[in-house]
Design a protein around this ligand. Structure first.
Ligand code: CA2
Length: 153
């Protein structure tokens, strides 16, 4: 039987404290709630899931480098690093995997400094403003991208 392709979902700084403050912006769910919903959806889509969070830019870069040999695609909410990190952009570009960027909030309706994302430059697509549901949309989108890739192989 063919092995399910693994999708790596990466979460950036402070997302480990989700559900504890600013529920009007980020919702009431915790990152563990999102992890559980993603695991269920990945299973339904025939995907393996590796779901991680780090507060460190270097750790995220390391995980992206490792994904080259361990995952079929990356879904990433880089959190504040979205707006600052050329290192994460470079790592994503170098790893060569399809990337879907996700944000809980609509970054374009917020402060001007959140309107620019380094990652969007190379992402296949960006989902923002749908709260935790956005992660499920991102998984659906990744499943389609991988299906299309497989069709070409
Ligand atoms: O909307 C998103 O998903 C963001 O990536 C979240 C980041 C923010 O810097 C981006 O501009 C948009 C912030 C994550 C902070 O996580 C929190 C956790 C608990 C309570 C408040 C924020």
């Amino acid at each position: 039987m063919r092995k399910s392709p693994t999708v790596l979902i990466l979460n950036g700084p402070n997302l480990n404290t989700l559900g504890t403050r600013e529920p009007e912006v980020y919702g009431r769910e915790t990152l563990d709630d999102i992890r559980a919903a993603c695991a269920e959806r990945a299973d339904a889509l025939g995907l393996g899931l590796d779901f991680r969070q780090s507060n460190g830019e270097g750790e995220l870069v390391g995980w992206i480098q490792d994904a080259r040999n361990a995952a079929a695609g990356i879904v990433i909410n880089p959190a504040a690093y979205t707006h600052t990190s050329v290192a994460i952009l470079d790592a994503l570009q170098a790893c060569g995997l399809p990337v879907v960027e996700v944000h809980l909030s609509n970054i374009h309706g917020r402060e001007p400094f959140r309107h620019h994302s380094y990652v969007s430059r190379m992402a296949h697509g960006v989902i923002c403003g749908f709260g935790s549901q956005g992660y499920l949309f991102a998984l659906e989108a990744m499943a389609r991208i991988l299906e299309r890739q497989e069709g070409k192989a």
